[in-house]
Design a protein around this ligand. Sequence first.
Ligand code: GDP
Ligand code: MN
Length: 384
Amino acid sequence: MKLHEYQSKRLFAKFGVPIPQGQVASSPQDARRIAQELGGPVVVKSQVLVGGRGKAGGIKLAATPDQAYQVASQILGMQIKGLTVKQVLIDQASDIQQEIYLGIVIDRAQRRAVMMASSEGGVEIEQVAQENPQAIIRVTIDPFLGLRGYQANQIAMGIGLPREQFREFAKIANGLYQAFQAYDASLAEINPLIVDKDGKLLAVDGKMLIDDNALFRHPDLAEMRDLDEEAESEREARLAGLSYVDLDGEIGCMVNGAGLAMTTMDLTKLFDGSPANFLDIGGGAGADKVATALRIILADPKVKAVLFNIFGGITRCDQVAQGILAALDQVQPDLPMVARLVGTNEEQGRAILDQSPYKLITAQTLADAAKKAVAASKADIARA
Ligand code: GDP
Ligand code: MN
């Protein structure tokens, strides 16, 4: 789950990271009121879950409350990389002398969190990594020891901060690491961390990615989810307990088990087709869940054929077959459908499908099923 800038910064601030004073507004009137309360110049910042808002015109300075009103009315409703701006953050403007990058990610090879910093802040770190890799300082954090004082100093020195800023920098680096750990983040980033005209450090931008698998430990964060981040179908799937990822192809896949779903996608590719989605209905999925899954697949206009690949272990094939029929009754599709049901109660499952008024192409092996699904998806394209 991605957090907005203002959400990330507030979490960082809980751990002692200094952030500008500010409030979120969803109307120009709110923006004016907040600017008035803050006093002095402000920066109006679009809150959308993509980077590069500045370049896209989603970040503007305003000298007066009236200007904040004007700028907010320009930015609110704006489209940035396909996302509509619904909220702006009104922050007290900073007088920026220097922009630093400071971030933490997980290095899977080392199985450790790694803190990265660069004196070239404000620019995306991927760009620095490409153009000027030696400008990035990396420090690996031992999970049992945490970020050590000497490591923070090593980073501060590496990015060329003067000695009198080391202590303040260490406090920020520590706070960022604590927030990263406390909220089970996979990324926590301040870009830029600025040095202002008085030599003070301030986190002007914030970004955080939270591990979805840890959200059960953070009900307060789950409420922060911006529903725009997710496609409608992905949201519906999540609420139904299905693992679903929307893809570009034509074959809607319904599979039980993540490994089997990956294999099914591979085989459709092998036979020159392309999957419209990854969908794992999980073990022991009853008729209701199957029906929801099928509705999600069929709601996708890209889908030209559906491939059911069910291995009946815990999930019984007859239950899945009933789910398929229930869903077909609800949706009444006129797409070709290929079914491969093997394992527990496969005969009953097939018998149930045979009684269906909807034509289902059956297959014995996965390769056979994949070939038939690919052919069906192309036949449909040829018809259209
Ligand atoms: P991003 O473009 O989505 O990464 O958004 P940022 O919050 O990082 O802002 C982009 C750039 O706008 C920063 O790198 C700064 O150069 C500038 N900026 C942001 N806040 C302020 C501010 O308070 N004062 C000034 N002068 N510039 C700012
Ligand atoms: Mn930024």
